[in-house]
Design a protein around this ligand. Structure first.
Ligand code: SF4
Length: 461
């Protein structure tokens, strides 16, 4: 049996596929409270016990030149490049504000610019933001840190890529979605192949360590034969990582999605065929299925980390870095510091007003309980390392796992009968057929997830 046959079980995907969180955090952002006290965040930042932990910095740059109809990100669509200027000044001020709260000798082992479109900024603006970051925090020498940026190939040239490398970025993540011109037109993202190729070539020429590419299945007009061509083209380009997300059609939440003709969306059976195609093509080409939507070449650090059980998960997805304290900069950015999650104001006006007044822009957040911490670790272990070793939880939390989680383990009986998990006296293991449904397995351990909440999340398959 091939890897794809082991992973892809359409009967089980249809049975268990349901709406659910991606668990970039636990509890999820739905649990963040409006009455969160930013003093909790400040206390967590000042905790001397945290000085052994590295820092991770996330910068949210929300501007995009044109809208992609499928998009569910927090973004501002504008052709006016001048709009970035005041926002950039506010982010630079926020860097200084946040730096006062932390021991800034702590090494920054991860840094990420996401959006929106980070390269909406001019080269000089990018330099200014990175200079402010270096002034206030301890960035690592080149290639010791995991410093990544999301690139829209329509908004970047070879010169942009070289500039980013000179600023210290060493990983790129490219949005592609689909090479097919009919699909590109339907989603309002016209991106000729040459643009993607040019950026990838420039990244290689400039010594970027890892190139990651995003595709989406389930978009209008996609079918197996067109998407096969997209995948074949992508395989020729041989990125280190490929993420293939299932398009989440939620027009009640994202108005722009109403611009697409719903009748052109692939029906469920065709979506399943597209997913099967993805798994077959990528695993046959030698990519390792990491989990959720992510595939990586066996030489890539994510694939190696999974073998060594050192894979982690954060707001940007999978990572090889140990759990860091995460500081989020910019509108809607989320920080995770010790036992606290805190999210900045989502709108530019609210964010800017707070920063201009010399205050943090935190609007929501949550402080974890002991039970939250334990469940967060359980969910992370399942999502990253695909097993729970009970003795590790007993050592870390003093709980006798099978007794403490008897109801959850009971709920997993059916998953076990269907061959998604294997339970033994000392561990719970996710089997190959369960890997695509790992979110559904993790959901069993989520104590907040009610039926109503599920509707806020996209489908797991
Ligand atoms: S997909 Fe990216 S480029 Fe397109 S609108 Fe969303 S954030 Fe902007």
């Amino acid at each position: 049996m091939s890897d794809a046959d082991l992973l892809f079980r359409p009967d089980l995907l249809a049975k268990y596929g349901a709406n659910g969180p991606r668990y970039t955090s636990y509890p999820t952002a739905l649990q963040f409270r409006d009455d969160f006290d930013p003093a909790d965040y400040r206390r967590a930042a000042a905790d001397p016990g945290a000085s052994e932990t590295d820092l991770s910095l996330y910068f949210h740059i929300p501007f995009c030149d044109t809208v992609c109809f499928y998009c569910g990100c927090n973004k501002v669509i504008t052709k006016n490049r001048g709009r970035a200027k005041p926002y950039l000044q506010q982010m630079i001020r926020e860097v200084a504000l946040q730096a006062r709260l932390f021991d800034t000798k702590r090494p920054v082992s991860q840094l990420h610019w996401g959006g929106g479109t980070p390269t909406f900024l001019s080269l000089d603006e990018m330099s200014a933001l990175m200079a402010a970051t270096r002034e206030h925090f301890t960035l690592l020498p080149d290639d010791e840190g995991e410093y990544s940026i999301e690139i829209d190939p329509r908004e970047a040239t070879a010169q942009t890529v070289a500039h980013l490398r000179s600023l210290g970025f060493n990983r790129l993540s490219l949005g592609v979605q689909d090479f097919d011109p009919v699909v590109q037109k339907a989603v309002n993202r016209i991106q000729p192949l040459e643009l993607t190729v040019d950026v990838m070539n420039a990244a290689r020429a400039n010594g970027f360590e890892s190139i990651s590419v995003d595709l989406i299945y389930g978009l209008p007009h996609q079918n197996v034969s067109t998407f096969r061509r997209t995948l074949e083209t992508m395989l020729l380009l041989a990125p280190d990582r490929i993420s293939v997300f299932g398009y989440a059609h939620m027009p009640h939440l994202f108005k722009m999605q109403r611009q697409m003709d719903e009748t052109t969306l692939p029906p469920p059976a065709q979506r399943m065929a597209l997913l099967q195609l993805v798994i077959e093509q990528l695993t046959d080409a030698g990519y390792v299925y990491i989990g959720m939507d992510h595939f990586a070449l066996p030489t890539d650090e994510l694939a190696r980390a999974q073998v060594q059980r050192t894979l982690h998960r954060n707001f940007q997805g999978y990572s090889t870095r140990a759990d860091c304290d995460l500081i989020g900069f910019g509108a809607s950015a989320i920080g995770k510091v010790g036992d606290v999650y805190a999210q900045n104001a989502k709108d530019l006006t609210g964010y800017g007003a707070a920063i201009d007044a010399g205050e943090l822009a935190i609007r929501k957040g949550v402080r974890l309980t002991a039970d939250d911490r334990l469940r967060r670790d359980i969910i992370t272990e399942l999502m990253c390392n695909l097993e729970l070793r009970y003795d590790e939880f007993e050592a870390a939390y003093g709980v006798r796992f099978p007794a403490a989680f008897a109801p959850e383990l009971e709920r997993l009986r059916e998953f076990e009968r269907d061959g998604l998990v294997a339970r033994s006296a000392d561990r719970l293991e996710v089997l190959p057929a369960g890997r695509m449904l790992v979110r559904n397995i993790a959901m069993v351990f989520d104590r907040y997830l009610g039926a109503q909440q599920r509707e806020s999340f996209s489908r797991t398959i």
